[in-house]
Write a protein that binds this ligand. Structure first.
Ligand code: HEC
Ligand code: HEC
Ligand code: HEC
Ligand code: HEC
Ligand code: HEC
Length: 440
């Protein structure tokens, strides 16, 4: 009887561990782990496009010259070379293949194809080399094809998705303006908790919807311009076209990109709707007039810093106060939103400062609104952990303080106590200054 029992026990243990091992090694399809998630898989491999060749931005740029040049300056075109992205991608806590699905979203851009997840574990992807890998296209990050090229299910040929119609391109085209308009949400409107410390929290699409407007992301981030869709030597008519700079919060990815921000459509979401000094009190009001989503939106680490300074007749700053508008998150041990003071569309942030010390000596007040994308302590940390970053980007991460804009001054106004009037600094002068600023 005793032997029998031991044998029984042995068999059970074998079956249980066998099953456990099988489940752990089983190749689980990606859609079983992330059902219905567009970011769980790249866009299927795109064959050469008739009349164009490989569907690279560079090739599109042979004819769509102006669009290509604008796009090259965009955050989209820099979404892989972004040093902050490279630094975060190198963290052992990042499931790299998932990050790449939004930052280099077409299969042609991937050296390896993720076919399944071992045991359903997203840290254990099964990857095979991609025979259609195009290294040039990889560097293009969020390239034209992300939004504009797909494979036809029947003919298996690539075609271009357009929004206008009535054009005669040398490449196949299907018109689907709704698709192009809604495409933004696939990446900019995603809330997903992967694990305790990895939370994706982008709600720009939902914020826009809650403002009950007929505007779309395109209305503001691809401003209309009358011009030919292609270079002039192709002799095509002038039409309603769209600038492709995808300007956002006014903190570009490199210092040399500052000079094009305003030309490509930058304007702050906030307007300084009131600024005065009355009854020994400073009153400031900032209204979200220009963004049909919260300010700030997107990345939870973005925020606005408001600074007010009192200046005496000799130009010395003798008073200073600060306030912050943004989200506050705690990232470890568990990702958690602590507070959210962002300004929804149409709403106003009121800032009142009574009992200013030595106010009789103050001749001017200077107000600044600074959009911060990266804090100094975060870039300090990136430098410390830069040895984990692949060689191509390691030195860039080490030099992050010098080469990566952390913040921009986007509003400045000077209030003169005597004349009770204010003077706003033009945006152009601020952006010249931003090009030379460093740090938070
Ligand atoms: C050999 C030149 C050439 C190349 C290369 C080219 N296009 Fe075009 N494309 C055109 C012309 C010409 C038109 C039509 C312009 C017109 O009639 O006003 C056009 C039209 C378009 C339209 C608008 C269609 C509509 O009606 O809304 C889109 C979108 C477009 N192209 C995207 C692309 C993309 C993306 C690529 C690269 C994958 C690309 N094109 C490569 C020449 C080219
Ligand atoms: C669902 C699509 C999606 C996935 C998946 C994704 N990202 Fe992003 N990422 C975005 C979008 C959209 C932005 C732009 C947000 C903004 O500008 O505010 C962004 C911006 C960033 C930025 C720049 C932040 C800034 O303010 O400059 C970094 C760094 C980054 N992502 C890292 C990662 C890493 C690391 C992963 C994987 C763990 C990842 N992303 C996965 C969509 C995605
Ligand atoms: C495949 C995913 C994807 C799609 C689709 C997408 N974006 Fe993005 N977008 C990103 C990522 C990732 C970033 C940030 C890259 C970084 O910071 O390195 C970004 C950045 C931006 C920024 C710049 C923010 C800033 O302050 O620099 C704007 C504006 C923007 N996207 C608007 C749009 C609009 C409008 C659409 C739709 C027409 C769109 N995006 C579609 C992934 C996407
Ligand atoms: C993030 C998505 C996205 C990316 C990336 C993108 N476009 Fe577009 N594109 C759009 C949207 C949205 C429209 C406007 C559709 C509409 O409402 O008519 C558009 C319009 C166009 C048009 C029609 C003319 C016009 O200006 O309206 C052409 C041509 C075009 N894009 C070419 C390109 C090329 C070439 C690239 C790469 C250099 C590119 N696009 C990158 C989203 C994108
Ligand atoms: C009514 C115009 C408007 C519409 C509609 C709009 N945006 Fe914006 N967006 C802005 C302005 C203005 C800013 C600059 C806000 C700031 O930083 O002051 C901005 C900033 C951003 C940023 C950078 C984050 C930030 O806080 O600065 C991203 C990313 C972005 N928009 C994406 C989108 C997407 C995606 C949509 C559609 C779902 C969209 N926007 C719709 C005007 C608009």
């Amino acid at each position: 009887m005793k032997q029998f029992f031991i044998l029984f026990l042995l068999i059970s243990v074998t079956i249980v561990t066998g099953y456990y091992l099988y489940e752990n090694r089983r190749e689980v399809p990606i859609e079983e782990v992330f059902p219905g998630k567009s970011w769980a898989k790249p866009i299927p491999s795109l064959p050469d496009l008739k009349g164009v060749g490989a569907p690279t931005a560079k090739n599109c740029g042979n004819c769509h010259t102006e669009i290509y040049e604008e796009w090259k300056l965009s955050t989209h075109a820099n979404a892989l070379s972004d040093v902050q992205f490279q630094s975060e991608l190198a963290k052992s806590s990042s499931p790299k293949w998932i990050c790449l699905n939004c930052h280099i979203p077409v299969q042609n851009q991937r050296e390896m194809v993720t076919t399944a997840l071992r045991g359903g574990n997203y840290f254990d992807p099964i990857e095979v080399p991609n025979p259609n890998f195009n290294p040039e296209m990889k560097e293009e990050a969020i390239t034209c094809a992300t939004c504009h090229v797909r494979v036809d299910k029947e003919s298996h040929q690539s075609y271009v998705i357009g929004g206008s119609g009535g054009t005669s391109p040398p490449h196949p085209v299907q018109i689907n303006r709704e698709f192009l308009k809604n495409r933004c949400n696939d990446c900019h409107n995603e809330t997903y908790t992967l694990n305790e410390s990895l939370v994706c929290s982008f709600q720009t699409g939902t914020e826009l919807k809650s403002t009950n407007t007929d505007k779309s992301c395109v209305s503001c981030h691809l401003p209309e311009v009358k011009r030919s869709f292609v270079k002039s030597s192709l002799h095509r008519p002038v039409r309603v076209a769209h600038k492709h700079g995808f300007i956002g919060g006014g903190v570009p990815k490199r210092f040399d990109l500052y000079k094009d921000q305003i030309r490509l459509g930058y304007k702050p979401g906030l307007v300084l709707s009131d600024f005065k000094w009355e009854n020994e009190k400073i009153l400031l009001q900032l209204q979200n007039q220009n963004a049909n989503h919260h300010v700030t939106s997107g990345d939870p680490e973005r925020f606005y810093r408001f600074v007010i300074e009192g200046i005496d007749q000799y130009g010395n700053v003798i008073y200073r106060n600060e306030s912050k508008v943004g989200q506050e998150w705690e990232w470890s041990p568990k990702a958690k939103k602590i507070s959210d003071l962002r300004i929804p569309n149409g709403e106003t942030f009121k800032w009142e400062l009574p009992s200013i010390p030595k106010s009789n000596l103050i001749t001017k007040f200077r107000f600044q609104a600074i959009h911060v994308r990266l804090k100094d302590i975060t870039s300090d940390y990136m430098i410390q952990s830069s040895n984990a970053v692949p060689e191509t980007y390691r030195n860039k991460v080490k030099q992050i303080k010098e080469i990566y804009p952390h913040s921009s001054i986007v509003i400045e106004s000077i209030y003169d106590v005597k004349s009770k009037s204010r003077k706003d600094t033009p945006l152009e002068s601020l952006f010249k200054r931003n090009e030379k600023r460093r740090g938070e």
